[in-house]
Design a protein around this ligand. Structure first.
Ligand SMILES: N[C@@H](CCC(=O)N[C@@H](CS)C(=O)NCC(=O)O)C(=O)O
Length: 94
């Protein structure tokens, strides 16, 4: 099952809405940014950048969010991966 690491009221909300809209089944994990959960070793092992949102596929690999990975992600034939990735790109991105 996909795993979604998020913080209520943060920028992860957009991905949360998308996941619900497309009906993906996922486990949600709350990361308390104010408490510094993002800097704990357990979370950094999942996302070394220490940011939310993080979305892990069924196989435990992360769906990347950086422009550096845009080519790879948009090259996939998996429509859900493409949709999720597009939603992670800031509106100002080309
Ligand atoms: N490009 C990243 C940026 C994520 C990001 O900056 N998230 C912020 C919250 S909106 C964060 O996790 N900040 C943690 C911190 O500053 O310690 C993405 O869209 O996933």
């Amino acid at each position: 099952m996909m795993k979604f690491y998020m913080t209520p009221g943060s920028c992860s909300t957009g991905i949360h809405i998308l996941l619900e809209e497309i009906g993906l089944v996922f486990e949600a994990y709350i990361i308390d940014l104010l408490a510094g959960d993002q800097y704990k070793d357990k979370y950094l092992a999942i996302n070394p950048k220490g940011t939310i949102p993080t979305l892990l596929r069924d196989d435990g690999t992360a769906i990347p969010d950086s422009p550096r990975h845009q080519y790879v992600c948009t090259g996939t034939n998996d429509p859900w991966t493409r949709a999720i990735y597009r939603a992670m790109i800031p509106a100002s991105s080309p």
